[in-house]
Write a protein of this length. Structure first.
Length: 151
């Protein structure tokens, strides 16, 4: 039990998780603005505006820099980790989404006349656009900056 309270005392972790949760919580409202429909499922789905992955890792790296120093090894590790996650969110995961979209299209075209073929469609929105990553990162920076006095 003592270990759990020690984890909950980790302000940097709490702020990074808060940034992630905030980004996920914003998504249904963005859906409402963009599509005129409040989609509660957007809270738990991947992809969309803003990137919660970007908010999480940016808040983590900024929190480490703010609390123990910008010149530390820990900040360097958190920053490299953030860069990898940001790249993956935009690049690899978005490419996987494009491949899923193409595969779904191929299945639709090849098996449109066969009613016995009833496979689940692949999830097409896996990654983020550069704007979604940027907004997520800015959100993470803002939340980390606002929480800085608590470090």
């Amino acid at each position: 039990m003592q270990d759990i309270s020690a984890i909950l005392d980790n302000r940097i972790l709490i702020v990074a998780l808060l940034a992630c949760i905030t980004a996920q919580g914003i998504k249904p409202f963005i859906e409402l603005i963009q599509h005129g429909k409040f989609n509660v499922r957007a809270i738990v789905e991947s992809g969309g505006m803003p990137s919660s992955h970007s908010a999480l890792v940016t808040a983590l790296a900024a929190g480490v820099g703010q609390s123990i120093g910008w010149q530390t090894v820990e900040f360097a590790i958190a920053s490299v980790f953030a860069i990898i996650v940001l790249y993956d969110a935009m690049g690899v995961r978005q490419a996987a989404g494009k491949q899923a979209r193409l595969l779904n299209q191929m299945i639709d075209e090849l098996f449109s006349d066969r009613t016995e073929f009833n496979e689940d469609r692949l999830k097409e929105i896996l990654g983020h656009t550069p704007l979604e990553v940027l907004v997520g990162s800015l959100l993470g920076l803002l939340i980390s900056w606002l929480a800085a006095p608590a470090y």
